[in-house]
Design a protein around this ligand. Sequence first.
Ligand SMILES: *Cc1c(COP(=O)(O)O)cnc(C)c1O
Length: 375
Amino acid sequence: MVNARVYLSAPDVSGVEERYLVNALRSGWVAPVGPDLTEFEREIARRCATAHAVGVSSGTAALHLALLALGVGPGQAVVVPTLTFAATANAVVYTGAEPVFVDSLPGDGNADPDLVARAVGDLHREGRTVGAVVPVDLFGSVADHAAYADAAPGVPLVEDAAEALGAHRDGRPAGSFGRAAALSFNGNKILTTSGGGMLVTDDGALAERCRHLATQAREPVEHYEHRDVGYNYRLSNLLAALGRGQLTRLDEMIDRRRRLREAYLKLFAAVPGTRLLGDGDPGANCWLTTLVVEPGQAGWAAADLGAWLAARDIETRPVWKPMHRQPVYAERRAWLTGVADRLFETGLNLPSGSGLRDDDRRRVFEAIEAFLATR
Ligand SMILES: *Cc1c(COP(=O)(O)O)cnc(C)c1O
């Protein structure tokens, strides 16, 4: 095991999760309904300080349902940060609406509120309907949602908090901003159900609409009656049990990621031309720690360190490739400053998992120190 591969953000599961899962299996609730799902929804709603939560099969499904419930559809535009995982934009396309992109702030990589205002203003002047703004809490740093609300008055906000469970800003938890928020429990996220997600909201009618659409839009009558085209988007009770086990360990897992980030901060403190993205955000859940390297000042590039670590079986990853540079989205409209492009060129996500063992962590840090010594 000494030379096993070190992953960027491997699932961190323990005997606790095993007990929850086995209990659910033995209970007979092997369905997308059951007591663990109901309880998991309650627990996540409590954690996100929202009145309602709807467990679904993925974070992407949560985004899709939130947009549908807000009436987003063909002919409308939806503002999305260019620096995100493709799922944010894909969910918009599923509704028939058009995703348009805005650039990032250099500090934490989250969407630039001034550009949100410009995009919404330009679209409104052209007579377009802006169905929603979907800001992302990038790598677990909650974005300035109050600034987006000011930038887009009257336009509903859907918080893509897929990466941000457990993070907070100004005393408010991720998931509590906007009309609704989407969480992801994918395998590499801070809390995993192997695959899964949740929609959280204070709006009871919106939650009910999403729950209905997620269960094939089946009407509450004995025979199968459908007034809408629904989706098979519910979370399985077994996976919800796994999620409940994970949730008992969320604070501990965040704490481990935070301590890892602090160690990286120390390691790079005296290295010229380097910084950590979103450094100084006290509410970050530290899902991924991102090193930013200005090669002109450092004398080396982020990709050089990435290649060095890859040769030692240590996984790193570039930051999300901006949507306006993706072949599938290159033709879409975008309000750009070059910040996201720059972060894509200079950023590197470092191993950040809460399950990183002490010996692996030592290996990572020794490898980085050895790299820096060659410069
Ligand atoms: C992971 C992620 C999603 C999608 O979540 P899934 O559960 O994988 O569907 C959406 N948005 C962002 C920003 C993500 O990182």
